[in-house]
Design a protein around this ligand. Structure first.
Ligand SMILES: [Cu+2]
Length: 690
């Protein structure tokens, strides 16, 4: 059965019309389907490492693996080539490495013995990267200065687009919402694994030499990233369905931490990534997901790395946990606790060593913390501090939330659910030292240590200030009163410039965690609170790639746009808000240079846009942009915003002025009779709307 993005959304409507979708019941009131599972009776799952290889056939960028080819239909980023002006020689400090990664349809056991249909990332069969399908997918381990290419094949029936959350990389490989990897096709995602440059300046958009470019900005070298799907309209569905995995990176600073015994070996027994995600289940074991719920999908079953409330064996030692909130819409407030009940307050602190993609300037103890969807807290927990009679310990969420609007608050009396149990083991861990000369688990990292040099941006470098207001409109979501369209650019910063971006939540009833691609954000003010105020939230004192806006809140941020031209997106990370248009495009460009959406990108790309996006000229799904421009097919039938009318007739809350908002290209002449329905269209006749 065809299940592309269009069919998915239409299918959801049919189901509603037939009454097959149960009325929405707040999750707190509904009874969770848990298949008789007793919490902490299954073991924690640590995803396997995705093996790298030293060669791949056909070679990336070769004629056989270029845009439009059978082997790699979507090609590779222009920045891959060493003759591209952005590609400087020191990007290739170590020989390039490769991964073969698929997205497949399979099953996963969230509950022991219950096979749940999912999408999953896995290392491709028959390649050097082979792994089993899992949730989260296999962990990608990268070395800063070692370029990697992920040859990705979409073996699912839905359009996908991989975003490496936190990456500083080319737009072609960034998961822009309509830079799809289509069903049955491959794309070479190119990750240079570099950071921005210290000397980036607008007067030299592409420095010719390494000396001119300056040093890599060490405070922006990434450590904890994750890949997740980002496809237009269906990101929420695809991520909830399982398309997420960790991407951890080490560099010279990180290796020095390990060699000197400050931090554990990368992804070793004492460095453990944990993705926390809520799910909802149907009684047949399948995942429940309502495509028409744009408020934010909440689940009533709580998992760590794809296992419902598991246990993890730990020694009384120090561990590094990279905690990811992988929920579509649920905020968590996490604390450590010796009990499963409501009132214990004997928690160990978390030693915060990294926030989102980057390590922090100073290791800082925090008692508990709120983590928004998409956010990461990189923490060390010292189990040696626990009294000897404590043999089980818990990671507990005490944020109470019953719908996608916003959490009801930190309410340990109402919500004190342990998502993960630690079982304390006595004695020393068996096995050889993971790092020579360092006893396993004996790491010296302590409060006050400099984890990574941090450079605060100089506000005098700001060349433009922009205000982005996030609000609700006609049951959907807007930024500056506009619905997202991938065909419209909302900001064109100068390449290598710094801007002041003010994010404002215009409403009081909803929270929005705002995430920018390409670069870290430095928050300088939240409402009246300045960054140098002792009360300023500790998690926003250094680099962050996400800033949460509570009702009515305003955050003033500094952001640079270095190395790569766009398009990139900035959006709310409550994925249902993002899918329902709370997103905008920014497209860093040289002075005077045309942007991706200048004139009109339409469905017939010019050559530059085709190379940049990896979508071959004239081969774009004419039905692809479900809510974008109206399209006249060769049959004479009009599709596109027509679907919106269909949806509106079904009364599902699509905004009445939607058509207006997205059908006017910013400039240039849009030709509705353009090249959008060529004979080479990859969409079979029977899938086109009749
Ligand atoms: Cu939002």
């Amino acid at each position: 059965m065809s299940l592309n993005r269009r069919e998915l959304l239409k299918g959801a409507l049919t189901a509603t019309a037939a009454g097959a979708v149960a009325p929405l019941v707040p999750v707190s009131k509904a009874h969770a389907i848990n298949f008789g599972y007793q919490p902490f009776s299954q073991e924690f799952f640590k995803p396997p490492v995705l093996p790298k290889t030293s060669s791949i056939e056909p070679a990336p960028g070769s004629p056989d693996a270029s845009l439009g080819s059978d082997a790699v239909y979507h090609g590779i980023a222009p920045e891959y080539y060493s003759d591209h002006p952005a590609h400087l020689p020191d990007w290739d400090r170590f020989p390039e490495k490769y991964w073969h990664l698929d997205a497949v349809e399979g099953t996963w056991q969230f509950f022991p013995g219950v096979e749940t249909p999912v999408f999953a990332y896995k290392g491709s069969e028959g390649t050097g990267s082979e792994t089993a399908a899992s949730f989260p997918g296999p962990t990608l381990l990268a070395r800063n200065g070692e370029p990697t290419v992920v040859r990705y094949e979409n073996k699912t029936s839905v359009e996908t687009s991989i975003h490496l959350h936190g990456d500083h990389g080319p737009a072609h490989s960034d998961g822009y919402p309509d830079f799809y990897t289509l069903q049955g096709k491959k794309r070479d995602y190119y990750y240079p694994n570099i950071s921005p440059r210290q000397n980036a300046t607008t007067s030299v958009p592409y420095p010719a030499t390494v000396e001119e470019a300056g040093e890599f900005d060490v405070s922006h070298i990434p450590t904890t990233m994750w890949i997740h799907d980002h496809a237009m309209d269906v990101t929420g569905f695809n991520v909830n369905r399982g398309l997420a995995a960790f991407y951890l990176c080490e560099d010279d600073v990180e290796l020095e931490h390990q060699a000197s015994g400050r931090l554990p070996k990368l992804n070793g027994d004492f460095d453990i990534p944990i993705a926390l995600k809520d799910f909802a289940f149907n009684s047949d074991g399948s995942l429940k997901y309502d495509l028409l719920d744009h408020n934010g999908h909440l689940g009533d079953v709580f998992t760590a790395n794809g296992k419902v409330q598991p246990f993890m064996d730990v020694y009384r030692k120090k561990y590094r946990f990279r905690i990811l909130n992988a929920c579509n819409a649920r905020y968590l407030h996490l604390r450590l606790n010796s009990g499963t009940g409501k009132n214990q307050k004997d928690g160990l602190p978390f030693l915060l060593i990294g926030k989102d993609t980057w390590e922090v300037g100073e290791a800082t103890n925090i008692e508990s913390f709120t983590i928004s969807p998409g956010e990461r807290f990189d923490v060390v927990i010292d189990f040696s501090q626990l009294p000897e009679d404590v043999d089980t310990y818990y990671l507990q969420n005490i944020m109470h939330q019953t719908d996608g609007r916003k959490p009801k608050g930190i309410r340990p009396k109402k919500e004190s659910r342990p998502w993960l149990q630690f079982r304390l083991l006595d004695g020393d861990p068996p096995g050889d030292q993971e790092v020579e000369g360092v006893e396993n688990g004996e790491f010296s990292i302590s409060e006050g240590d400099v984890v990574r040099e941090f450079y605060r941006y100089d506000e005098n470098e700001v060349v433009a200030t922009r205000l982005f207001e996030f609000s609700r409109k006609n049951g959907a979501w807007v930024v500056n009163d506009r619905y997202y369209s991938p065909r419209r650019t909302d900001a064109t910063p100068l390449l290598n410039s710094m801007e002041r971006w003010i994010f404002k939540n215009k409403g009081g009833g909803w929270w929005h965690p705002i995430h920018a691609h390409l670069e870290g954000i430095q928050v300088v003010r939240i409402d009246d609170l300045k960054v140098d105020d002792p009360d300023f939230p500790v998690e926003y004192r250094w680099n962050t790639d996400l800033v949460n806006l509570e009702g009515g809140q305003e955050a003033e941020c500094l952001i640079k746009f270095r190395t790569f031209k766009g398009p990139f997106v900035c959006h709310c990370h409550i994925i249902e808000h993002e899918d329902m248009r709370m997103m905008f495009t920014f497209d860093p460009r040289e002075a005077g240079e045309e942007g991706m959406n200048d004139g009109i990108r339409n469905h017939a790309f010019n050559e530059e846009a085709a190379l940049q996006s990896g979508m071959p000229t004239g081969c774009i799904d004419p039905n692809g942009l479900l809510f974008d421009h109206e399209q006249t097919l060769s049959s004479g039938e009009v599709v596109g915003p027509g679907d919106y009318q269909h949806l509106e007739e079904e009364g599902v809350g699509f905004p009445p002025d939607f058509y207006e908002g997205v059908c006017e290209p910013d400039g240039g002449d849009w030709d509705p009779e353009g090249n959008q329905n060529t004979p080479e269209s990859p969409i079979p006749e029977e899938q086109q709307d009749k």
